[in-house]
Design a protein around this ligand. Structure first.
Ligand code: MLT
Length: 406
């Protein structure tokens, strides 16, 4: 008899964003006359930059010729893209990352989930609370999280690092020894950032304890403040203890196009094994690479025109973030994030529960948000609002929320 991976049976409910989509679809079906504004899932709305689509058109035309056709590409990504990433995302910041330390993929979500393949099941895993649910669920699927406890909403083997208003949404280093540490800065969902000193402390901890930091910097392009590190590899010593995940999704509107990359430094060794070699082995076996056409599009993000165009789009979303922050603050809500991140973390009024406030905004303002409790128990009492919407719709959403609260 075929047996199943019973860890899947331990997972509570459905994936957060699927659950929200289900609730929103049910509401829309029952209320077809309402016009919903969706500021829930962090999905971009602006079109791809012209430099990107031109490069993709050109690549499609190449594919239609005998000389320019591409079959399977390198599993790790084409050299032209790995070089461009090394140059623009790292060398330009004074960080040396070699192209063969960069693995191009179809998404930071997949990589954050798949990276668990190269780690033992016995590692003690630390996650922030609230947290991007992929880190937790994928460890649960792999049997690294233990059992789920409904009452505390915690997994028995995970170490939770609360991120609360009291600690500025920045996790403290756990007292118990941990082996794998997921950090995401700028943070999803709170929009908080880590200072250089905070990252230095994490790197020192990881090196001293032979731990590995799994650093998700998918929202790096939204950093506006000059002293905030853009990559963990700006921190001395990070190459011997960190893996970094980056994505073109939020930087260049690739959520539907799919391209990301993961940096695994060659200096990173655990148990005598090079993690770069293990990840390479994993990718070669389970992944056939990102389409040539898409990688040409990603490469064009780094052209001078591409850079100017994506910066303009990011500025558009940053203006949305400002509209949300200012509007909701004026309405008397306590907000954070949205300065170096596309997410605004909003305290619910009068001690209302996250899902209760989510439902109120859905039903009375017809605005979709994300309940903070969906990211973990410390997210209770908050909702997350994304700045990735259409500008006019965002203004309208804020006006509706203000009028509901007024
Ligand atoms: C989110 O809303 O948290 C993101 O869209 C999730 C993701 O990038 O997968």
């Amino acid at each position: 008899m075929a047996t199943i991976n019973e860890n899947y049976l331990k997972l509570p409910g459905s994936y957060l964003f699927s659950e929200i989509a289900r609730r929103v679809a049910a509401y829309a079906k029952a209320n077809p006359d309402k016009s919903l504004i969706k500021l829930g899932i962090g999905d971009v709305t602006r079109p791809l930059a012209p430099a990107v689509t031109e490069a993709m058109h050109k690549a499609v035309d190449e594919m239609a010729t005998g000389a320019g056709f591409h079959g399977y590409g390198p599993e790790q990504g084409y050299e032209f893209l790995r070089q461009a990433i090394a140059q623009h995302d790292y060398a330009a910041r004074g960080v040396t990352i070699a192209p063969d330390e960069i693995f191009v993929s179809d998404g930071a979500k997949s990589d954050c989930g798949n990276i668990g393949d190269i780690f033992g099941v016995d590692n003690v895993v630390a996650v922030c609370d609230p947290v991007y649910p992929v880190y937790v669920d994928t460890n649960a699927m792999a049997g690294r999280a233990g059992d789920y406890d409904e009452a505390s909403q915690h997994w028995s083997k995970l170490v939770y690092m609360p991120c609360t208003a009291e600690n500025g949404f920045s996790p403290a280093i756990p007292e118990e020894k941990v082996d794998l540490i997921y950090l995401c800065f700028p943070n999803n969902p709170t929009g908080a950032v880590a200072s250089r000193e905070q990252l230095e402390a994490w790197v020192a901890y990881a090196n001293e304890n032979d731990a590995v930091i799994l650093y998700d910097s998918a929202y790096e392009a939204f950093i506006t403040q000059g002293d905030v590190p853009h990559t963990i590899f700006e921190i001395e010593g990070a190459k011997t203890c960190a893996i970094e995940f980056r994505s073109f999704s939020k930087t260049a509107g690739f959520t539907g196009t799919r391209c990301a990359y993961t940096v695994v430094p060659k200096e990173l060794v655990r148990g005598g094994a090079s993690l770069n070699s293990l990840w390479n082995r994993r990718q070669c076996t389970k992944f056939n690479g990102v389409p040539y056409v898409v990688q040409r599009g990603a490469e064009a993000v780094y052209s001078p025109e591409g850079q100017a165009q994506v910066k303009e789009t990011i500025a558009y979303y940053q203006r949305n973030a400002q509209v949300i922050r200012e509007g909701l603050t004026k309405a008397g809500l306590t907000v954070s994030g949205g300065v170096n991140a596309p997410y605004i973390w909003v305290k619910t009024p009068e001690g209302m529960g996250s899902w209760e406030f989510f439902d109120l905004l859905l039903e009375k303002a017809n605005v979709v948000t994300t309940p903070g409790a969906g990211f973990g128990p410390s997210g209770e009492g908050y909702i997350r609002v994304t700045a990735f919407g259409d500008a006019q719709a965002t203004q309208e959403a804020v006006a509706r929320i203000v009028s509901v609260l007024g």
